[in-house]
Write a protein that binds this ligand. Structure first.
Ligand code: 0CN
Ligand code: SF4
Length: 330
């Protein structure tokens, strides 16, 4: 009898902010018709982007690629005030799919900056979320990418200092970076609440619990997805024999499976469940039994759609059909 085991981490896959962002583009296409422009990838998943493209979404890097009369959606990772301003100046119709938990970090950045506090933003250079948050107060924000970066910081000893972070970082590495900053600046001010979001934390804790039992952990997600990348690192740090990221089942290297008995599977916050199912099907086709789900916690958070896409019931003489708002020229 085979002693193979297949474990499946939970929570995994779509978070509330990704679900909202993807549904925003789908609803925008249904309501206003194609094409709908999207600035940057709506979420960092190749499959999601390709599927929306096939339905009429056009993904662009910057607003100068968007025609004047078009509708444009801002991605889940957020945009800087300069981008919002550019859209306003051009009179573009916009729908903002920024995750409310990213918006929360923008508010924190604005508040600290207004108080004259220097903000150490822990995050990855070039990541869209970091670019958007930094744009809130570029003069007040200094990027810190790693714990090692802290040693090179040159800060004004008289200036109050706070830290904020990207929402999709490693919980443990961020804590290490903060500890190092605090060694040098004991008066370091914490964010009012965690910036690493509930979904990032839950997916990391779930893989941490599963990884020690696994010869191999397969993490489904795209290369540019920060939270997906962190799941591979956490799996390795937590004792998995090996851990690899794949976009889908086609990328699973059969050689990884040769030495593996217990295989664990999880996925990033931007990953549709069908891609995970594809990996499970592949493993079962190679002799693994049905997956056993290891649930850390149940998630129930969901966010309302952007106001332009919320349907509302009009109560006058009896029930009227629900109506859509039109997108704001903002
Ligand atoms: O993969 P994502 O689109 O983004 P990152 O993990 O790269 O930040 O997941 C959704 C996260 C957000 C915002
Ligand atoms: Fe929002 Fe967190 Fe999901 Fe990013 S990973 S979209 S911050 S809930």
């Amino acid at each position: 009898m085979s002693d193979k085991m297949l474990l499946l981490a939970a929570p995994r896959g779509y978070c509330a902010g990704v679900d909202r962002a993807v549904v925003t583009v789908e609803r925008a296409l249904e309501t206003y018709g194609a094409p709908v422009y999207v600035r940057k990838q709506i979420v960092h998943n190749r499959h999601v982007v390709e599927t929306l493209e096939s339905r009429g979404a056009i993904f662009v890097d910057e607003l100068d690629e968007v025609p004047d009369d078009a509708l444009v959606v801002f991605s889940a990772h957020g945009v800087s005030p300069a981008v919002q301003e550019e859209a306003r100046t051009r009179g573009l119709r916009t729908i903002d799919a920024t995750c409310p938990l990213v918006t929360k970090v923008h508010h924190e950045a604005r508040r600290f900056a207004q108080d004259g506090t220097r903000i150490l933003l822990i995050g990855h250079a070039g990541h869209e979320e970091v670019e958007g948050t930094t744009g809130e107060a570029p003069e007040h924000i200094t990027l810190v990418q790693t714990p090692q970066d802290v040693d090179a910081l040159e800060l004004d000893p008289d200036e109050p200092i706070a830290w904020l972070s990207q929402t999709t970082l490693s919980v443990e590495e961020t804590a290490e970076t903060v500890d190092r900053i605090r060694q040098v600046h004991p008066n370091l001010i914490d964010p009012p609440s965690d910036d690493i979001c509930y979904a990032t934390q839950n997916r990391q804790h779930a893989v941490k619990q599963m990884a020690p039992k696994c010869d191999l952990v397969i993490v489904v997600g795209s290369r540019n997805s920060s939270n997906t990348g962190r799941l591979v690192e956490v799996a390795l740090e937590s004792g998995a024999g090996a851990a690899h990221r794949v976009d889908n089942a086609d990328e699973v290297d059969p050689a990884w499976l040769d030495e593996a008995t217990t295989v664990g599977v999880t996925s990033g916050a931007s990953v549709p469940e069908e891609l995970v199912q594809g990996v499970l099907d592949l493993l079962q086709g190679r002799g693994w039994p049905p997956a056993v789900e290891e649930t850390l916690i149940e998630e129930s958070l969901s966010f309302a759609l952007p106001p332009q896409l919320r349907t509302r019931r009009v109560k006058s003489h009896g029930e009227a059909p629900s109506r859509h708002h039109s997108p704001s020229a903002s």
